[in-house]
Design a protein around this ligand. Structure first.
Ligand code: NI
Length: 402
């Protein structure tokens, strides 16, 4: 890429900094929960008005898709930002704090939308350099897991121009500001929900022999599930089963007829994930059966493993190393056990989901989903630069990458 374009990207990102920061603060002050986004999509459409983009609203529910068609033909890259907030009370006195009680942008999605809007403006400015098309995907409901699947079902990847690759950024509150972290292959875990009903026979607490007490059986199931993790699954591919919910009786002298357990299951290999429901069912049903009780397992598949394409990840690594230096890019050693529905896009087209460091300098780094979560906003123009650079370089090299 010519030096003049590299300069134009950096200069453009710097010029857009105030717009991006103001936009992030505006969205931060007005957070909306998944599938209830109305103001945020309007803000997005307003922010893109005046640009020569094809805009579709109501994509997959409340999503927005904007398509930039380049001046020459070529492949199509999708850039994605999620836009929903969390059901969480913000604990921060900042002037642009959430004005919606019990709702907060505590995962940086306000910044994701702002960076993607900045990139849309910058790529529109540089559209003479775009050999192909760029689809900007503003996705609802990432935290509730419906958003990506609804956007995909609504044709965001398959509708003309058909998407060839996808790229997304997530702000990271404990990474060096502006540092891009990524890895090839499994990057984030699948996240499923399991619910187990242990059915016994209730009665007087002094006569357990006349009952089928589901409480110790439920306790056995919880510990047997941990044995299952270490004895039935290869230690080289992590499985996490965490029972977080246990609901039993309501009195100290009554054996309840039923205990309900529920929790989360995380894996980083789709093949391992496929094996988990039957194993849990075996443990629950047979443990219960051994004591004359019954267990009913309901397994709900949530978001899948985020698997980054190795060629595209290498391309992003090389591109950003060339543009920003080798200190600005770091490989992640092992997958993160957190989850993201970006994996659904990656099941359809190759691409990469990467993390952008944004550790705040004014306070300690609180993790995502914390009531004091914050970012260093100087990371935002870096995100604009990275999104723009990846898009322009991919579309320039697209036929080679394709
Ligand atoms: Ni998030």
């Amino acid at each position: 890429m010519a030096d003049s374009i590299v300069d134009a990207i950096r200069r453009g990102a710097a010029e857009l900094c105030d717009f991006v920061v103001d936009t992030r603060r505006d969205i931060h002050a007005h957070p909306e929960l998944g599938n209830q986004e109305t103001r945020t999509p309007r803000l997005i459409v307003d922010a893109l008005s005046g640009l020569d983009l094809e805009i579709r609203q109501g994509v997959g529910g409340t999503g927005v898709m904007a398509t930039l068609r380049g001046t020459r033909s070529g492949p199509t890259l999708a850039l994605r930002a999620d836009m929903d907030a969390l059901p969480l009370q913000e604990d921060d006195p900042r002037p642009y704090r959430s004005c919606v009680p019990g709702v907060m942008h505590a995962c940086g999605h306000d910044g994701h939308v702002a960076m993607l809007l900045g990139a849309a403006h910058l790529l529109h400015r540089l559209r003479e350099q775009v050999n192909g098309n760029i689809k900007f995907l503003f996705q609802p409901a990432e935290e509730t897991y419906g958003g990506a699947s609804e956007m995909i079902a609504d044709g965001c990847l398959s509708n003309e121009p058909k998407v060839d690759a996808v790229f997304g950024l997530h702000l990271e509150p404990d990474g060096d500001v502006g540092e891009l972290r990524l890895r090839s292959g499994p990057t984030m875990a699948s996240s499923d929900v399991v619910r187990i009903a242990v059915q016994g026979v209730g009665g007087h607490a002094s006569e357990p022999h006349a009952c089928v007490d589901p409480v110790p059986i439920a306790a056995q199931i919880i510990t047997n599930l941990q044995t299952m993790v270490t004895r039935r699954f290869d230690a080289r591919s992590p499985v996490v089963v965490t029972i977080t919910y246990l609901q039993a009786g309501s009195a100290f002298n009554v054996i309840p007829p039923e205990v309900i357990l529920a929790g989360t299951v995380r894996t980083v290999d789709p093949k391992v994930r496929a094996h988990v429901p039957q194993c849990i069912t075996d443990v629950a049903e047979h443990t219960a059966g051994a004591f004359g009780a019954k267990a009913e397992v309901v397994y709900l598949h949530g978001s899948g493993v985020v698997v980054n394409d190795s060629a595209f990840t290498q391309f992003v690594t090389d591109t950003i190393t060339r543009h920003r230096g080798s200190a600005a890019v770091r490989q992640i050693a092992a997958p993160i056990m957190g989850a993201e529905d970006f994996g659904l896009y990656l099941e359809q087209v190759p691409g990469t989901f990467a993390f952008l460091g944004a550790r705040p300098s004014h306070q300690k780094a609180y993790p995502c989903h914390h009531p004091r979560f914050d970012i260093d906003e100087t990371a935002l123009p870096v995100g604009v630069e990275i999104l723009t650079t990846v898009a322009l370089e991919y579309l320039r090299d697209g036929n080679r990458q394709g």
